[in-house]
Design a binder for this molecule. Structure first.
Ligand SMILES: CCCCC/C=C\C/C=C\C/C=C\C/C=C\CCCC(=O)SCCNC(=O)CCNC(=O)[C@H](O)C(C)(C)COP(=O)(O)OP(=O)(O)OC[C@H]1O[C@@H](n2cnc3c(N)ncnc32)[C@H](O)[C@@H]1OP(=O)(O)O
Length: 204
């Protein structure tokens, strides 16, 4: 048994701003948790205080993550998306724009929270970012779909803590199938990860 899709609550401007700020504070907390040298006693004390804060937020709980009330497409409204969603502390977040010529792009920086090999981005995190950005490029054709394949070529390590560029574009559409390509580029202008994906619009 999984989670059933449900009708989503829509957030107004004030609630969006407040939950966006909350997520930003939780991202700082996550980084602090990964890097703290506060010691066992202090860490245990902070854990107790956090449990109380979690209980406050959980006192009123939605059945599913909300959408924003604004945004042109479904994906624009997915404000709790784990890559781009500003209210999701798991999301870096990557602020993706789609240009009029169908290029999905974002500049983003990944903190040490996303470390894989020492000093570099975890490959699964790069894959997650590329899945989302290629998916949005596919959706820009008007035929969004589910990821059916995602092929990555890790050319060189992706650095943490510096501005990265991710760009993608749909290459062709065949019925319900949309192909897209993209890449992450480091601050030196060299590509670190290339991706090719197939998105399939479900039959139903
Ligand atoms: C609820 C919130 C919604 C909010 C958003 C609302 C709208 C926005 C929607 C889209 C989002 C826009 C942007 C996307 C952003 C982010 C991207 C992340 C997306 C994901 O994170 S998504 C999760 C991971 N993803 C899955 O969880 C997929 C699981 N899977 C399936 O759901 C099915 O498997 C499916 C649908 C893929 C196919 O199902 P199906 O029944 O339609 O397929 P069917 O057999 O009819 O195939 C038709 C033709 O596709 C070919 N084909 C099919 N599958 C293939 C494969 N794997 N490899 C190579 N070719 C394949 C066939 O060979 C045939 O080709 P041909 O016609 O040429 O013979």
């Amino acid at each position: 048994m999984g989670v059933e899709p449900t009708v989503r609550d829509g957030l107004d401007r004030d609630e969006t701003a407040a939950l966006t700020a909350l997520a930003a504070r939780i991202r700082e907390l996550t980084e602090a948790a990964v890097l703290t040298g506060a010691g066992a006693g202090e860490a245990a004390a902070v854990a107790d205080e956090l449990a109380a804060l979690t209980a406050r937020l959980s006192a009123v709980r939605r059945a599913a993550p909300p959408f924003t009330g604004t945004g042109e497409s479904g994906i624009d409204r997915q404000i709790a998306n784990p890559v781009a969603g500003t209210i999701n502390p798991i999301a870096p977040p990557v602020d993706i724009e789609v240009t009029p010529d169908g290029i999905a792009r974002a500049e983003f920086t990944l903190s040490q929270v996303y470390e894989g090999p020492p000093a570099y981005v975890h490959g699964g995190v790069s894959a997650m970012v590329l899945d989302q950005v290629l998916g949005m490029a596919a959706a820009a054709t008007g035929n969004h779909g589910m990821t059916a394949t995602l092929e990555l070529r890790y050319r060189r390590p992706t650095p943490l803590g510096v501005p990265l560029l991710v760009e993608a574009k749909a290459s062709r559409t065949e019925g319900r199938k949309i192909y897209a390509d993209g890449a992450i580029t480091g601050p030196d202008g060299r590509v670190t990860v290339e991706a090719t994906a197939l998105f399939v619009m479900p039959r139903r």
